[in-house]
Design a protein around this ligand. Structure first.
Ligand SMILES: C[S@@+](CC[C@H](N)C(=O)[O-])C[C@H]1O[C@@H](n2cnc3c(N)ncnc32)[C@H](O)[C@@H]1O
Length: 301
């Protein structure tokens, strides 16, 4: 474990998260981390470049973090974990590994499952290719699971920080101040004032739609210009942004234990939060430096 780079708000560690969390030097962060936001290596039935474990081995490895993370989290802190779907090898059958891993994690840590989210990626390429594009007997897999967990049922959270733009019909309704209140066929009672108050935006839903198109952002440009390897599974900034705004305040501390290209750290920095990220692959760390405008090019080895 060693510090790869620092900014005014954050530190990126080069190493394995198991080692970092068990190191004495890291003790100072116990009960200090407000949000652990991460996308761990996915459970796969075949090995990926960055060394994903398989099957039950993965479930056990992953649930070990439930207790390790707990020590570092503040009492009202949150853990948000994104895990994609996985498929059994050689047949068009879904694996339950992602769900088992999340459930095991929840049980081992005795966490409250505050809410489940779905990240729907409309730009996802058709896959698994064999079943979706060749045999045509499955449809495209285009969402991942995001589980929000915490030590208590009442972690810090404010959905007013992540309001979304009102629909055109809602904008019209707010303007005309006319609403058909009363009892709906569903037996919901709509009060006279229910929909006439302008709250500056609509309440977000737990389906987050973001296309992961890897557009020409600062990271891509930096990696191309410096001939650096880009991370193959980076997340769009909108995903950590949603949870950081929802679950933390300015100057709070956020940890991404499986940081990859450090999307989380750069979004946290931009939103005036403090951050710590951990990544054992030096190529991904070198690329991630490009997300921070103030850092100069360097090639760590
Ligand atoms: C799914 S990627 C994260 C991508 C990241 N969210 C981004 O936007 O770039 C998971 C990362 O976990 C890293 N990883 C694998 N095992 C690890 C470990 N034991 N400790 C820390 N990181 C690890 C991998 O190298 C990989 O970069």
């Amino acid at each position: 474990m060693r510090i790869a780079y620092k900014t005014n708000s954050g530190i990126c560690y080069y190493g394995l998260i198991e080692k970092v969390l068990n190191s004495k030097k890291f003790d100072k962060y116990k009960n200090k981390i407000n949000l652990i936001f991460t996308s761990p290596p996915f459970p796969l039935n075949r090995k990926k470049k960055y060394g994903n474990l398989n099957g039950i081995e993965y479930v056990n490895w992953f649930s070990n973090f439930a207790l390790l993370f707990k020590d570092y989290l503040t009492g009202d802190g949150s853990i948000v974990i994104e895990v994609g779907n996985s498929w059994e090898s050689g047949k068009p059958v879904m694996s339950t590994l992602a769900i088992e891993s999340l459930l095991n994690f929840l049980n081992v840590g005795d966490y409250s499952l505050c809410q489940q989210f779905v990240w729907y990626n409309p730009a996802k390429l058709p896959g698994p290719a064999q079943w979706v594009t060749i045999d045509r007997n499955r449809v495209k897999d285009s969402f991942t699971h995001i589980w929000w967990m915490s030590k208590t049922p009442y972690p810090k959270a404010d959905n007013r920080n992540i309001l979304v733009e009102y629909s055109n019909s809602m904008k019209k309704l707010l303007k005309e101040k006319k609403y058909n209140y009363g009892i709906r066929p569903s037996e919901h009672k709509i009060g006279e004032k229910s929909f006439l108050e302008n709250n500056s935006g609509a309440i977000s839903s737990n389906v987050i739609t973001v296309a992961n198109t890897h557009s020409n952002n600062i990271y891509n440009k930096y990696c191309k210009e410096n001939n650096l390897k880009m991370h193959p599974a980076r997340m769009p900034e909108k995903i950590p942004e949603f949870f950081i705004k929802f679950l933390t305040d300015k100057h709070d501390l956020i940890l991404d234990p499986f940081a990859g290209s450090n999307t989380t750290g750069s979004v946290a920095e931009h939103l005036n939060r403090k951050w710590i990220s951990v990544e054992p692959n030096i190529d991904y760390i070198n690329g991630s430096i490009g997300r921070f405008k103030k850092l100069k090019y360097r090639n760590l080895s």
